[in-house]
Design a protein around this ligand. Structure first.
Ligand code: TXA
Ligand code: MG
Length: 309
């Protein structure tokens, strides 16, 4: 069911969950201060309770209410958020904060981001901070439009504030600023190149087996069939997810011109379209690793991990 802005705000303010648009992917939102509301997110998504959520804020000032926001971290957020870049930062939790402990899953840190989707901004102005993971059942594809939210939850689908297709199409970059030096926990809409340029140093990707950012868990983003990477053509029964100008004309192509930003915006939608054809497997053409290619390859390699289980 699609609902209007005020109805969405009213539901959220009475501790119900609503699927909301952001520029990256749709989120399954609940009031970040309400245990009851946040518990509904975990139940609906079937998400392990040790996997913490991102808090979405209306403006930079709101972060001070619940996180220790150093000058350095504040400057970094101001820089990227002012230019509407999808950056999530992990910060130390502030003493006396009112965020539900379910949001942080018991960690002493909190992940926060400022979404720029206009409808989402209007909503946050009416609700205050919202906890929101991606609006899909755990371990399945993230939804880059409202229809994909419906497809994921089926009859259990929460009310949706429909804000159209997400322009970025992959989740925010998660940057850990609670550690001595910044670390990228999840590649996303803000590239490593952008972060290196901002900090004037090499900002490493951290690949940890510990649950620091469980979006990093190996099996994630499963489209429901095997995925093979770096293929130039497919075997019988398989379907090809193409990229770039050297692809067969009849294949679904993430970006015929080889534009990685365009490819990211099409990624989850095209995986869902191909999965619906019930193929033996999805064969994906090689995609460069630089820029947005890091996030695309990260999501694809997690989708492919299913193949080895
Ligand atoms: O673009 C996005 O980030 C989307 C939209 C809806 O905002 N949200 C999203 O949420 O991708 P989710 O739950 O699918 O991914 C959140 C990631 C998880 O990998 C979680 O482990 C990590 O953020 N995370 C949350 N709090 C954390 C913390 N305190 N320290 C480290 N990682 C954290
Ligand atoms: Mg997710």
């Amino acid at each position: 069911m699609f609902i209007h802005l005020q109805a969405a705000a009213d539901l959220l303010n009475s501790n119900q969950v609503v699927a909301i648009p952001t520029e990256t992917v749709y989120g399954l939102a609940a009031k970040a201060t309400s245990n009851d509301a946040v518990a509904k997110i975990y139940a609906l998504k079937n998400r392990p309770s040790f996997n913490p959520l991102i808090v979405h804020v209306h403006n930079l000032e709101a972060v001070d209410d619940f996180a220790d926001f150093s000058q350095k971290a504040k400057a970094c957020c101001a820089f990227f958020w002012d230019q509407q870049s999808p950056l999530t930062v992990v910060l130390p939790l502030k003493e006396g904060h009112l965020i539900s402990p379910l949001v942080t899953a018991g960690l002493q840190t909190i992940a926060v981001r400022l979404p720029h989707h206009a409808l989402c901004q209007d909503l946050l102005a009416r609700t205050g901070p919202l906890a929101a993971p991606s609006a899909n059942v755990s371990n399945t594809l993230s939804p880059s439009n409202a229809e994909l939210v419906q497809q994921s939850f089926k009859e259990k689908c929460p009310p949706i504030l429909n804000g159209g297709a997400c322009t970025v199409g992959v989740e925010s970059t998660i940057l850990d600023l609670s550690t001595k030096t910044p670390q990228i926990l999840r590649p996303g809409g803000v590239t490593k190149e952008m972060l290196d340029a901002y900090f004037k140093e090499d900002i490493p990707f951290i690949h940890t087996k510990n649950i620091k950012a469980p979006g990093q868990m190996k099996v994630h983003y499963s489209p429901g069939c095997p995925v093979f990477l770096n293929k130039v053509h497919c075997e019988q029964g398989e379907v090809l997810l193409a990229f770039g100008p050297n692809a067969p004309d009849d294949a679904l192509n993430l970006s015929p011109t080889g534009d990685l930003v365009e490819a990211a915006s099409n990624l989850f939608k095209y995986l869902a379209i191909l999965a619906q054809q019930n193929p033996k497997a999805i064969a994906v053409m090689p995609i460069p690793l630089h820029g947005m290619g890091a996030a695309i390859n990260d999501r694809l390699s997690r989708a492919a991990a299913l193949t080895f289980f």
